[in-house]
Design a protein around this ligand. Sequence first.
Ligand code: NAD
Length: 501
Amino acid sequence: MTSLAFLQVLGIEPKMLQGGDIVVRSPIDGAEFARVRADSPAEIDGKIAKARAAFLEWRRVPAPRRGELIRLFGEDLRKYKAALGELVTIENGKILEEGKGEVQEMIDICDFAVGLSRQLYGLTIASERPGHRMMETWHPLGVTGVITAFNFPVAVWAWNFALAIVCGNPVVWKPSEKTPLTALACQRIFEQTAHRFGAVPAHLSQVVLGKREAGMKIVDDSRVPLVSATGSSRMGHEVGPRVAARFGRALLELGGNNGMIVAPTADLDLAVRAITFSAVGTAGQRCTTLRRLIVHDTIYDRLLPRLKKVFDSVKVGNPLESGTLVGPLIDGAAFERMQSALARARVDGGAVSGGQRQLENVHPHAHYVRPAIVEMPQQTAIVREETFAPILYTMKYRELADAVRLHNDVPQGLASCIFTGDVREAETFVSTEGSDCGIVNVNIGPSGAEIGGAFGGEKETGGGRESGSDAWKAYMRRATNTINYSRELPLAQGISFDVGA
Ligand code: NAD
């Protein structure tokens, strides 16, 4: 399906794609299109050592100068947006519009990081002692390990990378074994940028290829003070305790089970569009995908037929073709998990519309599905799990307090929203008694965040925050400094300690 010549635009030579032990398949047709070589444990060890050496140099470069490197990287990403966006689509299966959108997100975070490079502020704090001044300084933390999931193969790395670099940290990136080529392409683009910039330490950015074991090498290495890991809550359960055991810092971005409450005063035209984009977009393979719809019982019978009509007609197909809104699932295992979730929902009394395999005759090795709506009598165990596929469970409510309780009664806490025209309901949902998620929206779906806000969630979503706002603080080490410019040595809390000297 894919000519390797296409990849040369991104600096990937055919010889890099042959003879390796990791098989890369495009979910568009399920066919193998490359094999890349996994790094050995010794090679990973060597890469971390080189990153540590790069840190000792890079931390001395002034932050605005570090920002200049990211400014140039953002320029290069603009040049390669179309090609890299297409590779995202080929390797991951999201529609081209979303593939290019992912690269735009990389560009946006670069712009953000450039400004940030002049704003890594600490506070000045009033000292209780005369002739003393207190302040905070922020220093580069060290090698940043980044482990990413298949579903956002480039944007999530860029969120981490742009911030880590301006904060003074080299990055060692272990991409998903399902999407190694986009990682190699990003590395090639960055190498061009580094060449243009000039004085960049060797090995400021490195890619480690491999599966779970390669990630674990990074997780267990005490030369990596920060591990930013994105993936399933299962992965976070393994990574979090291991990083903690060596007193490292983990930034965890894990699974979501995102909900929307649709209140009686909601604008249903807006709601239908938002539900469709956030439930079926990216074939239900976003951490922020809408998975649970909690609808007021007075409007349920008006909303559901409209949704079913849209879900039935939305174009499922080749993500490179214009007009397609739903591309394939990543692989056969994802398809099996979707079918088994639908079977469990049926056993629990759910009424399923959609969910069937599509285009099997055209692409027998790919896994396209019709997005499913499952009307549930209640929020059973399967609804409380994240199934990484386009399944929207719907439930009814009568009182807002019950809807909020239902909404929060899942192990995950990533993204949430309410559609309402009632300011009291909107404010209740965003208040302390409302949604318990990291992202809480009003009259907009749960997915498709902008880079300016801190991104992440609570509970089994892992508690990490990355991207905008003050997420940069995770990539730096804070020092509190007290400066005595007096000729006395008063002690804090007025303590007297007379040594008679
Ligand atoms: P996954 O957990 O299977 O793999 C994610 C990455 O972790 C891969 O690179 C994998 O090789 C690595 N990995 C797995 N086990 C590991 C271990 N024990 N130690 C070190 N590394 C390990 O996830 P996936 O299927 O690629 O992605 C889908 C999941 O990611 C979904 O649950 C989705 O919600 C989540 N996700 C979360 C966010 C977020 O920001 N919260 C963003 C994107 C995806």
